[in-house]
Design a protein around this ligand. Structure first.
Ligand SMILES: *[C@@H]1O[C@H](CO)[C@@H](O)[C@H](O)[C@H]1NC(C)=O
Ligand SMILES: *[C@@H]1O[C@H](CO)[C@@H](O)[C@H](O)[C@H]1NC(C)=O
Length: 269
């Protein structure tokens, strides 16, 4: 019985610390926790969107910023809490998909505190922590790699990016991962055809060194959610990338087991 009361007290104490650190960080409204996902609702919204909206041809672009140069090795680029502000331009259905993508990731790395500002609420101008500002930019789907800004860190999700898989893909960039085909060991698994890439988009096929990225000892996987499909950034309808045996790589919609392992290892949870 006594142990029980001690446990309760400790919990209340931890909660008090939590609340104190939250209010110290923000003077405006606080984000709420995520709504649990109903997969049937996700599927219905995705089907409706697919029927109306053409999915963007490239799965996503990746933005290099100097602070992210060391990308996933730099622990400075990690998030302790992953707070999300969804721009007012999104419909309720889009908000649900963004929530559900974040919810799935929060289940993978439960030691990171995922929250979303309620509809109609937003971080105050002088909000001190970094948060993700989800916005439609007209530039397709992109994200910075890792946590690289103070205050708002933009992430672009246009109408063509509205599937839980694509949203998770971009959020995993924000969490600190580059594309699977940027891994130092990629040439053992795939062949890149730069001659088929849209001129100016070659940076998306850059290979990083072991000093810049770590594979967390997870085997290369062409089914990773962070892998491009065979026609990503193709300028001539020919494949930009094939497996070593000449196979096509599809655009995945789900987290691969290796994606889960890598996220858990990066965030130690
Ligand atoms: C983020 O988006 C806002 C609104 O469009 C813009 O004013 C700001 O410059 C962007 N931030 C960065 C770092 O690009
Ligand atoms: C990867 O495996 C090697 C050898 O098994 C080990 O020494 C190293 O610490 C591992 N690295 C990570 C990041 O798990």
């Amino acid at each position: 019985m006594r142990a029980f009361f001690i446990a309760i007290t400790v919990l209340q104490f931890l909660e008090a610390i939590n609340t104190a650190s939250l209010s110290a960080k923000s003077k405006g409204s606080l984000p709420e926790t995520l709504e649990p996902e109903d997969r049937a609702v996700t599927r219905a919204i995705e089907a409706e969107i697919r029927a109306k909206t053409k999915r963007v041809a490239c799965s996503s672009d990746e933005i290099d910023s100097p602070a992210a140069r060391n990308g996933i090795i730099s622990t400075k680029a990690r998030w302790e809490d992953f707070y999300i502000y969804i721009g007012e331009e999104y419909s309720d259905k889009h908000r649900t998909l963004i929530n559900n993508a974040a919810y799935r990731l929060s289940q993978v790395i439960p030691c990171v505190d995922f929250r979303i500002w309620r509809k109609g609420e937003k971080p105050s101008e002088d909000y001190e922590g970094t948060y993700l500002h989800v916005m439609k930019t007209g530039e397709g789907c992109w994200s910075y790699t890792g946590k690289v800004f103070e205050g708002a860190q933009n992430i672009s999700l246009d109408n063509g990016c509205m599937s839980v898989g694509t949203i998770m893909h971009e959020m995993i960039h924000a969490l600190g991962f580059r594309h699977e085909q940027c891994r130092p060991d990629r040439d053992d698994y795939i062949t890149i055809y730069l001659q088929n890439v849209i001129p100016g988009k070659e940076h998306n096929f850059k290979k990083y060194s072991y000093q810049e990225v770590t594979t967390y000892n997870v085997t290369y996987d062409t089914k990773s959610l962070m892998h491009y499909d065979s026609y990503a950034f193709s300028g001539n309808e020919k494949p930009t990338m094939l497996t070593k045996t000449g196979g096509k790589i599809a655009d995945p919609e789900e987290l691969a087991p290796g994606d889960i392992t890598k996220l858990k290892r990066m965030y130690n949870c």
